[in-house]
Design a protein around this ligand. Structure first.
Ligand SMILES: NC(=O)c1ccc[n+]([C@@H]2O[C@H](COP(=O)([O-])OP(=O)(O)OC[C@H]3O[C@@H](n4cnc5c(N)ncnc54)[C@H](O)[C@@H]3O)[C@@H](O)[C@H]2O)c1
Length: 384
């Protein structure tokens, strides 16, 4: 079978995870080379997988050893590596978040467009049957016009997690806290199902950890049609929970930790409200049987499923599950919340690119190198 050769950029915990399944689990893909700024790491991982290990980006991208680059460096480098790859006529699949800023994301999207190459983002949760089913229901109009949204993405992390790498949870190294690191998958699903708001009023703060970025963020959202929403993200919540709600004129959708519930109204809530003559009448609703197509026997899941879809898109034109351009949505929410939190007032979406770049420049200038680092390279066993 024809295979797409991938070059993995950044072979820490996640990058090595990609190498593992690229070695033999994705029939349409293979591993061509690896690259890491840490020369020893590049060599060790290259040797382990029997491919060249580069520690120079130019040499890696010019090697001719692959057609697509899979970017798993810390977030700040995603944009530059993707843009350089597109300029060399390579396809690029980037880890989440697509970038740290909306302006970087704009540059990636434009470079992809100019190159005509494929651009994807590693939003593996989109491939899960339950979210595929939810998205289909929304697209079919089951919820109707959206009136209210909610996202609770409550995570937990220890201080040891934050101490495990110098780049983590610093303005200079990561460009944010829970919003840029843990929240992107759910921010993406939230926007995929409920759309993007037009205005964000947020607070961000640091509650439980010795870090300079936020471990807690919450926001009121307003949508162009007058709908509103509430968004909460933290790494302080136990038990951890992820809840998405989208409520509309014809029904309600709720996903709690991957469990989908849907209700449909008998009539339009708007019409019923205006036309019912009864003082205490309510709109009749019924739970909707949801058909979640199970993953076919033997089908790949998680990161391998997105990489397989990306390879199939290159080989056979299969539609991308997570197109790179849509990676911008989570960044609009992240930058918007940080900007609003720091400025203390509501901000518009699309976020003011220049205002966010200026804020981040100031935050990076105030960033302090970490004093206690207990290095650990290990991917989250829960794969989030
Ligand atoms: N999709 C997911 O579920 C998921 C899960 C974990 C991590 N990630 C993402 O993967 C990325 C990496 O996270 P990680 O946990 O593997 O971090 P990590 O610290 O374990 O690994 C990062 C690696 O990148 C290397 N590196 C740093 N700067 C580089 C540069 N400029 N060029 C090349 N290599 C460079 C480091 O030496 C290290 O080996 C992050 O963007 C993170 O958000 C995604």
């Amino acid at each position: 079978m024809e295979k797409v050769r991938f070059g993995v950029a950044g072979v820490g915990g996640m990058g090595e995870g990609h190498c593992n399944y690229l070695r033999d689990r994705v029939p349409e893909a293979s591993l061509g080379a690896v690259y890491d700024v840490n020369a020893e790491r590049a060599q060790a991982v290259g040797d382990k997988f029997g491919v060249p290990g580069y520690h120079n980006l130019e040499a890696f991208l010019n090697s001719g050893a692959f057609e697509a680059v899979l970017i798993a460096t810390p977030h700040y480098f995603h944009a530059d590596i993707a843009v350089q790859a597109f300029r060399r006529g390579l396809h690029a699949l980037t880890e989440k978040p697509i970038s740290v800023t909306v302006s970087q994301a704009d540059g990636m999207i434009e470079a992809a467009r100019q190159s005509g190459k494929l651009f994807g983002i590693m939003y593996q949760m989109r491939a899960e049957p339950v979210y595929q089913a939810a998205r289909k229901l929304v697209q079919e109009g089951v919820i109707g016009e959206v009136y209210r949204t909610l996202l609770i993405t409550g995570w937990y992390r220890t201080q040891a997690y934050y101490d495990s790498g110098g780049w983590r949870a610093t303005w200079a190294g990561e460009g944010g806290g829970v919003l840029i690191n843990q929240a992107p998958h759910y921010l993406d699903l939230f926007a995929w199902l409920g759309g993007l708001p037009s205005q964000i009023q947020a607070k961000t703060r640091t509650r439980l950890h010795d870090i300079e970025v936020e471990d807690e963020a919450f926001a009121l959202l307003e949508y162009a049609n007058g709908a509103h929403g509430y968004l909460y993200a933290s790494t302080t919540e136990v038990p951890s929970e992820n809840v998405i709600e989208v409520c509309g004129d014809r029904g309600k959708l709720k996903i709690t930790d991957g469990h989908l519930e849907v209700w449909q109204t008998e009539t339009s809530v708007r019409d019923f409200t205006q036309t019912s003559p009864e003082m205490w009448a309510g709109v009749k609703t019924r739970p909707l049987e949801t058909h979640i197509n199970p993953r076919p026997e033997g089908a790949l899941k998680d990161h391998a499923a997105i990489t397989q879809n990306f390879a199939r898109a290159i080989l056979h034109g299969e539609p991308l599950i997570a197109p790179g351009e849509e990676g911008l949505w989570a960044i609009e929410l992240i930058n918007g919340m940080i900007l609003s939190g720091k400025q203390g007032n509501p901000v518009s979406v699309p976020v003011d690119r220049a205002a966010y770049d200026q804020l981040l420049t100031e935050l990076k200038a105030s960033s302090k190198p970490k004093t206690r680092i207990q290095a650990q390279t290990q991917t989250d066993p829960n794969f989030r």
